[in-house]
Design a protein around this ligand. Structure first.
Ligand code: UD1
Ligand code: UDP
Length: 364
C-alpha cells in the first residue's frame, strides 16, 4: 500500500512522524511530501534533525503568501504529484493551509483521505484554522480523532460512529518518545535559566499578532507577569517585526524560535507557560505544567477540563490575574485518556486493517 504523508509547517512534523513510523512498521510504503509552507531552518530543518524524520521525498517549496495564494500554490504543486505517485491513501495532519490544500486535491483525485486530529472545533470562524479543520473533515474518508470530545463534535455535525475513530493524540506520542532526550538539552543552562524559576511564552496566532493594539495589550499583560516571574519568549517569525516595533517590557527575554528538543525542555522546566499555540496547550497538559492560553476560545477544551490549561483571553488584567493564580496554586497534573504514546500505532491499525471508517462521510 502506498501512502502519501503530508507535512508543511512547524506543528506538522511532530504529528506525522509517529504515523509514518507505525505505517512503515506494518510494511506500508510511505512517501513524505513537504509543502514548504514553513522553510526557515529554525521552523523546519531543526525538526527533521531533532525528530529523526527523514528528508522529504518531495518538497513543493510553496513558501509564504496570503491564504488564497498559499493554499492555491500547494494545490497546484500537489495535484501532479498525486497523479504521478498514484497513492492508495493520503494522510494529512492538523489544521494549517497545507492540510486543507492537500485534502482538497486528494478528495478530487481519487485516493482515500485520512485526517489526523479530526473533530477539533473552536467554533470561531474568524480563525483560518477553523475553516481548514471543518472543511478537511468534511471531505475525509478517515476521521481520526484525538479524544472522545472531538468525536462528539463530529457526531453533532452528522457523522456516524462508524466514520470516526478515536485514536489518541499523536503529538503526545512524539513528546513521550523524546522527553528523555529533551531533558538532556543544554538550553536551560545556555539561557541562564533554572528549572521552575521562569515562565515560557509563545505568540503567533493571526488574531493576536497582526493587530498592533491586541499585541500591545498582550505584551503589557506579559510585562506585568514578568514582574513576578521572568519570561522567555522564542519569537515566531510572524511576530518578530511586530514585537520589535512595539518594544518589549522588561523581564521578557526574546530568543529565536527553539528547536523541538530545546522547546520541550523549556516547557518541562517552566513554572508557567503562556501561549496562543494549539499544540503547546496539549504538551503542557501532558507535562503537568500550568498553561495560560492567550485566546478567548480553544479547539482543545479537553486541556481545560482534564488538564492544566486555563483560557485567559487577551485582556491584560485577566492574563495577569490568571497567571498569578496559577503561579500561586498550580492545577494538579491530569492526562486525558489515550494520550499514552500509542496513537500512531492505533492510526496504522485503522488505516491498514480497515478500522471502522472507509466511506466518504455524508452527514444525513
Ligand atoms: C501557520 C498556521 C498556523 C500554525 C502555525 C504554526 C495556517 C493558516 N496557519 O501560521 O495554524 O499555528 O503555522 O507555527 O496555515 N514566516 C517566515 N518563515 C517561515 C515561515 C513563515 O518568515 O519559515 C513568516 C512569513 O512572513 C509568513 C508568516 O510568517 O508570511 C506567516 O506564515 P504562515 O505559514 O502563513 O502562517 P503562520 O503564522 O506561520
Ligand atoms: N515549538 C517548538 N519551538 C518553538 C515553539 C513551538 O519546537 O519555539 C513546538 C511545540 O513544542 C509544539 C509545536 O511546535 O510541538 C507547536 O507548533 P506551533 O505552536 O507553531 O503551532 P500550533 O500548534 O499552534 O498550530
Amino acid at each position: 500500500m502506498r501512502i502519501i504523508c503530508v507535512a508543511g509547517a512547524r506543528p506538522n512534523y511532530m504529528k506525522i512522524k509517529p504515523v509514518m513510523d507505525a505505517l512503515e512498521a506494518r510494511g506500508a510504503e510511505t512517501v513524505l511530501v513537504h509543502t514548504g509552507q514553513h522553510y526557515d531552518p529554525a521552523m523546519n530543518d531543526v525538526f527533521f534533525r531533532d525528530l529523526g524524520l527523514r528528508p522529504p521525498d518531495h518538497l513543493l517549496g510553496v513558501g509564504s503568501g496570503s491564504h488564497a495564494t498559499q493554499t492555491g500554490r500547494v494545490m497546484a504543486a500537489f495535484e501532479p504529484l498525486v497523479e504521478e505517485l498514484a497513492p492508495d491513501l493520503v494522510v494529512v495532519v492538523g489544521d494549517v493551509n497545507s492540510t486543507l490544500a492537500c485534502a482538497l486535491v486528494t478528495a478530487k483525485a481519487g485516493p482515500l483521505l485520512a485526517h489526523v486530529e479530526a473533530g477539533l472545533r473552536s467554533r470561531d470562524w474568524s480563525m483560518p484554522e477553523e475553516v481548514n479543520r471543518v472543511a478537511t473533515d468534511r471531505i475525509s474518508d478517515y476521521l481520526l480523532a484525538p479524544s472522545e470530545d472531538a468525536a462528539e463534535n463530529l457526531r453533532a455535525e452528522g457523522y456516524h460512529d462508524d466514520q470516526v475513530d478515536v485514536v489518541g493524540n499523536v503529538m503526545i506520542d512524539t513528546l513521550f518518545a523524546n522527553l528523555d532526550r529533551a531533558r538532556e538539552s543544554g538550553t536551560l543552562s545556555e539561557l541562564g535559566l533554572s528549572q521552575g524559576e521562569y515562565g515560557l511564552v509563545t505568540l503567533h496566532r493571526q488574531a493576536n499578532v497582526d493587530e498592533p493594539d491586541v499585541l500591545a495589550g498582550l505584551l503589557k499583560g506579559l510585562g506585568e507577569v514578568a514582574a513576578h516571574c521572568p519570561l522567555v519568549l522564542p519569537v515566531h517569525p510572524r511576530a518578530a517585526e511586530k514585537i520589535d516595533a512595539l518594544g518589549v517590557p522588561g523581564g521578557i527575554r526574546l530568543v529565536p524560535p527553539a528547536g523541538y528538543l530545546d522547546f520541550i525542555a523549556l516547557q518541562a522546566g517552566a513554572r508557567v507557560v503562556l501561549t496562543d499555540s494549539g499544540g503547546v496547550q496539549e504538551e503542557t497538559t501532558a507535562l503537568g505544567v500550568p498553561c495560560v492560553t492567550l485566546r478567548d476560545n480553544t479547539e482543545r477544551p479537553i486541556t481545560v477540563e482534564q488538564g492544566t490549561n486555563v483560557l485567559a483571553g487577551r485582556d491584560p488584567e485577566r492574563i495577569v490575574a490568571t497567571a498569578l493564580r496559577l503561579l500561586a496554586s498550580p492545577p494538579p497534573p491530569r492526562r486525558p485518556e489515550l494520550w499514552d504514546g500509542h496513537a500512531g500505532e492505533r492510526i496504522a491499525r485503522v488505516l491498514l486493517e480497515g478500522g471502522t471508517a472507509g466511506s466518504r462521510p455524508r452527514p444525513t
